[in-house]
Ligand binder design. Structure first.
Ligand code: IPD
Ligand code: CA
Ligand code: CA
Ligand code: CA
Length: 269
């Protein structure tokens, strides 16, 4: 085992505890929804609450206490550069619009990036007490049990989750849904892209597509899908840590069908 393997494994073990603490804090706010301050960031779907900020502060503090030289990018407070080569990419609450309406589709997501590659990913769903996690090259787990994408499904029998947001024209999303339905598939939208991607990793969903996400939304769960035997687009090469880009994650046999739907949708947009 080389020095980086050891450094990654110790960070992963620590993050597995930190993400559960973060989930506990978020759950406290979730149980007192009427008292938390909800601010509108851009529109009714793009909101931020006191819970998002406090959960990110908790994770930032615990990471910087343990690894003061690591960088940290969080949705709510942006980027702190580091000098160790490691950067944490964190979404304190993914699915905030669900969270503030009392819907249980939300999670905490943490990724560890080393020299431009995702080295580990964790997604914690406190409502289901489910921790999805992976270290690159070492397989994916759900609460410690190995997990796999659904290798037997197809577009017509599995569910495809589609992410929608106000950052892309509505036609881009409606055209994809149109092509999916035309092909005999069916879509769902949970409101938490990170949790939906984690559900692709364990085979509950066949595929996930969203035309634009940010790194904190997707790279943790994309690492888990890859390690669960699935296919994901190379988000960190195609997009960037700050600009974002399209996100696809699916069982490997759905790579060609999903890419074909995206192409067809693009032709009609
Ligand atoms: C959002 C959720 C949503 C997705 C958006 C994200 P947030 O993250 O993942 O499902 O469609 O693109 O921005 O704002 O709830 O952390
Ligand atoms: Ca947000
Ligand atoms: Ca998010
Ligand atoms: Ca968020």
């Amino acid at each position: 085992m080389n020095i980086n393997d050891t450094a990654i494994q110790s960070r992963f073990a620590n993050a597995s505890k930190i993400i559960r603490r973060a989930g506990e804090l978020a759950s406290v706010y979730f149980s007192q929804l009427s008292t938390i301050v909800v601010e509108t960031k851009a529109n009714g779907q793009d909101v931020v609450s006191l819970a998002d900020r406090e959960v990110e502060k908790l994770i930032r503090n615990l990471i910087s206490d343990a690894y003061p030289e690591d960088g940290f990018l969080g949705e709510e407070f942006g980027l702190d550069d580091g000098s160790s080569g490691f950067t944490w990419v964190v979404d304190p609450i993914d699915g905030t619009s669900c969270f503030v309406h009392g819907q249980r589709n939300w999670c905490v997501a943490m990724a560890l990036v080393f020299e431009g590659q995702t080295a580990a990913g964790l997604v914690f769903d406190p409502n289901a007490d489910e921790l999805f996690s992976a270290i690159a090259g070492k397989g994916a787990h759900l609460n410690g049990e190995a997990l796999s994408v659904d290798l037997s499904t197809d577009l017509q029998h599995g569910l495809t989750s589609v992410g929608a947001n106000g950052r892309v024209p509505p036609k881009v999303i409606s055209s994809f849904i149109h092509e999916l339905l035309e092909a005999g598939g069916m879509f769902v939208r949970s409101g938490s892209g990170a949790l939906s991607l984690a559900h692709v990793a364990c085979g509950r969903l066949a595929a996930y597509y969203e035309p634009h996400m940010n790194a904190w939304d997707c790279i943790a769960a994309q690492c888990i899908i890859r390690e669960a035997g699935g296919w994901v687009n190379d988000f960190l090469s195609e997009g960037s840590l700050s600009a974002g880009g399209p996100v696809i994650g699916c069982a490997p046999q759905l790579r060609a069908p999903i890419l074909s739907l995206i192409d067809k949708a693009r032709d009609t947009t």
